[in-house]
Design a binder for this molecule. Structure first.
Ligand code: HEC
Length: 261
């Protein structure tokens, strides 16, 4: 191969390399909109376009209004949009225990763990008003929130919200069930005798109170401040948060009621 031919080969190779680099101009670099970022392209500055009026996006035709709202003609309806089978109740129990117990506790008395830590007391489900409330009310509360309670429509799908509603109803019934409420062959037993049957004192099922010495939060409702690195607390393994807000401690809350878990 003479020198000219070699140079030509080299030039061709260099050129094709340039083309290969050009291929990096891929979709990554094309003009596009980023979610939640503005744009100068549209006059209103929003990259996301509002839904066109009087149109329904695919999968958003919610024809079964009750299933999605719990409302009949704007009023809370009383009924399940599908049968409350054992499977539905089990799913409801699982979802209730995940999403509701931190505030409402496993028995639904409204004294969940974060309430014990100072969150506003969540409503007890075992009041005459809520015992006679229509099922749609519970669905509505989960979907839209209620007073200090945030809504859970983003976290819990409608079918699971209904499953929770069915389970809350079961929780309410379970507190006062009599033999007449259960099918023949099933047996209703008070919690105290179940405790005794398992070798525990009958008083195990009673509401119990925290001893006054128990720590349920900071005594003055101040903030716990994590120990600074190298302050020594970490090396001794002691969990001893340092306090910076020197407000004099108020009397420790005595005799707090705790839910039976
Ligand atoms: C972050 C704490 C919190 C969580 C989690 C929570 N709730 Fe609540 N809930 C509250 C509080 C607080 C209230 C009382 C609100 C008020 O009266 O302002 C309440 C009230 C209620 C009420 C009573 C409404 C009425 O008519 O008085 C129902 C029913 C209810 N919650 C159901 C649920 C269900 C079901 C879940 C789980 C999906 C749930 N909550 C999760 C805090 C919570």
């Amino acid at each position: 191969m003479n020198q000219i031919a070699r140079r030509a080969t080299f030039a061709t190779a260099a050129l094709s390399l340039l083309f290969v680099a050009g291929c990096r101009q891929d979709m990554q670099d094309q003009p596009k909109f980023f979610p939640q970022r503005g744009t100068a392209f549209y006059a209103d500055g929003r990259s996301v376009r509002p839904q066109v009026e009087n149109t329904v996006a695919r999968n958003q035709l919610h024809e079964d209004g009750y299933f999605y709202t719990g409302l009949v003609n704007g009023k809370e309806g009383d009924g399940m949009p599908f049968p409350a089978t054992l499977q539905v109740l089990e799913r409801g129990q699982e979802q209730y225990n995940v999403y509701c117990t931190p505030c409402h506790s496993r028995v639904g008395n409204g004294i969940g763990m974060i309430v014990q830590r100072g969150y506003m007391k969540a409503g007890s489900f075992h009041t005459a008003r809520l015992e006679s409330a229509p099922l749609g009310h519970f669905f509505h509360v989960i979907s839209n929130g209620y007073g200090a309670m945030p809504d859970y429509s983003g976290q819990i799908a409608p079918a699971d919200r209904w499953a929770i509603v069915a389970y809350v109803k079961a929780l309410q019934l379970s507190q006062k069930a009599t033999q007449a409420d259960v099918p023949a062959g099933s047996h209703v037993e008070p919690l105290a005798s179940i405790a005794e049957g398992q070798g525990l004192p009958a008083s195990f099922a009673d509401e119990w109170t925290l001893p006054p010495t128990a720590v349920t939060g900071t005594p003055d409702n101040g903030l716990f401040v994590l120990p600074a690195p190298g302050s020594g607390a970490a090396t001794t393994g002691a969990v001893a948060p340092s306090r910076t807000n020197a407000v004099p401690p108020a009397a420790a809350p005595a005799g707090q009621t705790v839910p039976k878990q």
